[in-house]
Write a protein that binds this ligand. Structure first.
Ligand code: CAA
Length: 387
């Protein structure tokens, strides 16, 4: 067993840290305040290979593994979680599903421009009536009589990058009589007729991630843009979430680290009753609990990332590892950012410091890509074999 990063992994982490601290951290508050999509910094991330981290070089990506992905996600998240949300959806929810299930033509046509950062990708599973119960989607895809295309109708909600994405992997029912086995996946081009964006969600945190509703109204999807076989969509969606949840765990670690490091500095500098507040036992207890949860969250996240390709090669799922990492890291991020605001007192509550933003941003990691309740349900089902 070796807990050390390789030299290459350290280089990736350092490059991501330098980019995130130099380019993203200074604009994070502006994008949080305005909700404006960070097109400029996302384009820079594309040039550095961060929009297609695990995408093989032949499809325009950086050709790294899931550990590299987790390291980059932690660094970008420590600077700004809205940026890392866009990065994570592009990498795992969008690209990994096409890489694992797409044809050669689909990989070249739909992954390459997204991995290079030329355009943005998104993933549309959730609907107004179906969030956790993902098999209950109502969006319908009907195959035309001549078999050349599907006509898709329906509404999707909470779509990260929905208003800026060029391509979106959309899940729709091709056989409504079946539950999850009647779901198929499609790659849609938002420049075609029949696609429209609905309202943008006014959110508590990650405010610049362009989360919106999308509507498909008679959208004609060529049959060659179906992803995988008919009826395989639900398993594609779940497999993608196994990859995505590692990214969200790493995002939680990054947000938590930023809050922890700020708290450590403040505990050393801020004086009360003639002493640095870090010399008081009540602050020391907070620091120790924050540090322990941060380290444990990072270990679970890197382990889930390390196991991803190993599991795949053995024909196994990485579901439990990904869910454990996301569950623990997201709850650790909530705990750590909460303590960080408390350590900073009034300054933690003020918008002059990023602490209150970390606290707001951390909350989403317990909700998207499966709530903590869903992670617990999946872990328990996997462990017991019961439903
Ligand atoms: N990999 C491959 N197959 C899987 C799988 C996985 N991880 N998980 C389940 N399956 C398969 C099952 O084996 C089963 O196969 P069979 O039909 O052959 O038996 C099939 O899928 C159905 O599985 P379940 O019976 O377990 O399905 P369920 O209806 O009980 O639901 C669930 C399972 C875990 C609750 C699932 O619905 C779920 O994960 N819900 C949460 C959805 C979610 O995370 N949504 C977030 C969307 S993305 C987002 O957040 C927005 C964004 O832009 C960031």
């Amino acid at each position: 067993m070796d807990f050390a990063l390789t030299e290459e992994q350290e280089m990736i982490r350092d490059a991501a840290r330098e980019f995130a601290q130099k380019e993203i951290a200074p604009v994070a508050a502006h994008h949080d305040e305005t909700g404006e999509f960070p097109s400029e910094t996302i384009a820079m991330a594309g040039q550095l290979g961060f929009m297609g981290i695990e995408v093989p070089e032949e499809y325009g990506g950086a050709g790294l593994d899931a550990v590299g992905y987790a390291l980059v996600m932690e660094e970008i998240s420590a600077a700004d979680a809205a940026h890392s949300t866009i990065v994570s959806v592009n990498n795992s929810l969008y690209s990994s599903g096409i890489l694992d299930n797409g044809s050669e033509e689909q990989k070249h046509k739909y992954v390459t421009p997204v991995a290079t950062g030329e355009v943005v990708g998104a993933y549309a599973l959730t609907e107004p009536q179906s969030g956790s119960d993902a098999g209950n989607i109502r969006t319908r895809a009907v195959l035309a009589a001549d078999g050349s295309h599907y006509v898709i109708n329906g509404k999707k909600s909470w779509i990260t990058s929905g208003s800026v994405a060029r391509f979106i992997v959309v899940f729709a029912k091709t056989d409504p009589e079946q539950e999850s086995r009647g779901v198929s996946a499609f790659i849609i081009d938002t420049e075609r007729d029949g696609f429209a964006c609905g309202k943008t969600e006014p959110k508590l945190g990650i405010r610049a991630s362009a989360t919106c509703e999308i509507e498909l109204d008679g959208y004609r999807c060529p049959v060659e843009d179906r992803l995988g076989p008919e009826g395989a969509g639900f398993k594609i969606a779940m497999g993608v979430l196994d990859a995505g949840r590692i990214g969200i765990a790493a995002q939680a670690v990054g947000i938590a680290r930023a809050a922890y490091e700020a708290s450590l500095d403040y505990a050393r500098e801020r004086k009360a009753f003639g002493e640095p507040i870090g010399s008081f036992q009540m602050i020391q207890a907070k620091i120790a609990d924050m540090k322990t949860r941060l380290e444990a969250a990072r270990l679970l996240t890197l382990r889930a990332a390390w196991n991803k390709n190993r599991a795949k090669a053995a024909g196994l799922r990485n579901t439990t590892e990904a869910c454990c990492a996301k569950l623990f890291a997201s709850e650790a991020a909530m705990f750590i950012t909460h303590q960080a605001v408390q350590i900073h007192g009034g300054m933690g509550y003020s918008r002059e410091l990023p602490l209150e933003r970390y606290f707001r941003d951390a909350k989403i990691t317990e909700i998207y890509e499966g709530t903590s309740e869903i992670q617990r349900m999946v872990i328990a089902r996997q462990e017991t074999g019961l439903r």
